[in-house]
Design a protein around this ligand. Structure first.
Ligand code: ADP
Ligand code: MG
Length: 238
């Protein structure tokens, strides 16, 4: 057996014992893999923000999440850490493992920012193949990279184009869908694209949906794409 298998099993046990009533203040108190722990430390992330301490334990345990917290509250790590960890424990790593997580962002600029943070915390020993699919390259170039990725950060229109056109782009084993800035995705008119994307994805995946505001549009989207979600909100006055 590979050492990673043993690590993943031990972590699985620690995650199953995670107490959802407890408050986890620092990243070292959470059952995270050695590469993620080292990546967070190297980037000087030590204490969890409010939204992170509410969302990460639930997401590590596999719950769907509907999260709302204002801009600047740290939503990116609230989904990137569970993505890295849940795929690591599932051993969804390497070119043969296929796509494990899809992170959808409203704009190319935001997608690039998410990808940079993913690279920052993933650089200490994780072996995931991750990439951006946001247009700006030829479809062919993106296709060749996409079919090897474990984690893709993308914009709605472009990933839908690949789902409908790229032979060999298999999402059957996809474990996690993240919708970041869901309110903006909807404001920008991507509702129909999102519905079409979700139709391609396996229904037994985990979905994490984050937004800066809670609107009716967002709760409608959550109702259609999430399964029995945990509502996680951080309010201004807190
Ligand atoms: P949001 O998506 O909610 O607008 P971001 O994820 O972009 O917020 O984070 C906002 C800022 O806070 C970034 O500069 C990020 O590096 C920083 N940050 C996030 N989490 C932490 C943390 N746990 N400790 C210190 N800084 C953090
Ligand atoms: Mg954000």
């Amino acid at each position: 057996r590979k050492r990673d298998d043993v690590d993943a099993e031990k972590l699985e046990e620690a995650v199953s014992e995670l107490d959802l009533k407890a408050t986890y203040a620092s990243f070292t108190a959470l059952p995270l893999s050695a590469p993620t722990t080292a990546g967070l430390k190297a980037a000087n992330f030590t204490k969890l923000t409010d939204i992170q301490s509410k969302a990460i334990p639930l997401a590590l345990k596999g719950h769907d999440i509907l999260g709302a917290a204002k801009t600047g509250s740290g939503k990116t790590l609230a989904f990137l850490i569970p993505v890295l960890e849940n795929l690591y424990r599932a051993q969804c790593v390497g070119a043969d493992a296929g796509l494990g997580a899809m992170i959808i962002s409203p704009t190319r600029e935001l997608a690039i920012q998410i990808f940079e943070i993913l690279r920052t915390i993933g650089r200490k020993g994780h072996m995931f193949a991750a990439g951006l699919v946001i247009g700006g390259k030829s479809l062919q170039e993106e296709q060749d990279a996409l079919i090897r990725m474990n984690i893709v950060v993308c914009t709605p229109g472009r990933i839908l184009q690949h789902l409908s056109q790229t032979a060999g782009f298999n999402v059957d084993n996809m474990k996690m869908l993240v919708l970041d800035e869901a309110d903006r995705i909807l404001d920008m008119g991507f509702k129909r694209d999102l519905d079409a994307i979700v139709d391609y994805l396996p229904p037994d995946r985990q979905t994490l949906l984050f937004s800066a505001t809670q609107t009716k549009k967002v709760s409608d989207l959550a109702r259609l794409s999430l399964r029995d979600p945990e509502y996680v909100a951080v309010h201004e006055s807190a």
